[in-house]
Design a protein around this ligand. Structure first.
Ligand SMILES: Nc1nc2c(ncn2[C@@H]2O[C@H](COP(=O)(O)OP(=O)(O)O)[C@@H](O)[C@H]2O)c(=O)[nH]1
Ligand SMILES: [Mg+2]
Length: 217
């Protein structure tokens, strides 16, 4: 698609009423984490605004896309200096990798070109949180320096949680990742998660940006 066509395409896709900014290249956000934590559900909630209760294991890999516009305020939101002066319209592709061990051999090639990693665990499942370290190592081995956001999903089951919020916050703070609790079922914080991932993707690809500061969602 040529530049003009991309801008028109972006304009058609922008329903927010904000000024349509420059169309950026595709952002590739990878959703990683153990099976059953809600990776597919988060992607579906964000792109299609639907939720399915039954479990459909993701076979290998799948992806969904959505075009969004980030305002300059959203782009600058986590920075100590305001550097962005125009909005950005960008096409997000969410890559949803199957967590199952049998697909391990498939996953690394899907990391290539990723601009942000969303690492998901289930707040009611301690072992999915314990697995996060393993996922971090896998992602960082393939994509050094990639921004990482950790999502503690299934917040609607907060009453039944087994991973304390403070424990997750402390872990992510130590590693300087961002942390957000989400619910694909209710939609809680799902837009916030992916808009943040998009903003980080843009900042990641912007080599002039050297002063990203610690940020808490
Ligand atoms: N209560 C609740 N269930 C969820 C949530 N997200 C996903 N699920 C359920 O958890 C199961 C696994 O979800 P799925 O998205 O397939 O997980 P994946 O294996 O990580 O892709 C399914 O039965 C979903 O309906 C959530 O936020 N809250
Ligand atoms: Mg899945």
């Amino acid at each position: 698609m040529g530049k003009d066509a991309r801008i028109k395409h972006a304009a058609r896709n922008s329903k927010s009423g904000v000024e349509v900014g420059k169309m950026n290249q595709l952002q590739k956000i990878i959703c990683v984490g153990s099976a059953f934590v809600g990776k597919t559900s988060l992607s579906r909630r964000f792109t299609l605004n639907t939720f399915i209760h039954s479990y459909i294991p993701t076979l290998g890999v799948s992806w969904l896309t959505k075009t969004i516009t980030l305002t300059q305020e959203q782009l600058n939101g986590n920075l100590s200096k305001k550097v962005y002066t125009e909005p950005l319209t960008t096409r997000l592709s969410l890559w949803d990798t199957g967590g199952q061990e049998m697909f391990t051999y498939l996953r690394p090639k899907y990391y290539s070109g990723a601009t942000c990693a969303v690492l998901v665990f289930d707040i009611t499942n301690q072992s999915s949180f314990d697995d996060i370290e393993m996922w971090v190592n896998e992602v960082v081995a393939k994509c050094p320096d990639i921004p990482i956001v950790i999502s503690g999903n299934k917040y609607d089951l907060n009453e039944a949680r087994s991973v304390k919020r403070e424990v997750a916050v402390e872990y992510t703070r130590l590693h300087r990742f961002d942390y957000i609790e989400t619910s694909a079922l209710s939609g809680y914080n799902v837009d916030k998660l992916f808009y943040h991932a998009s903003r980080l993707s843009h900042q990641f690809s912007d080599e002039t940006l050297k002063f990203r500061e610690e940020y808490s969602l």
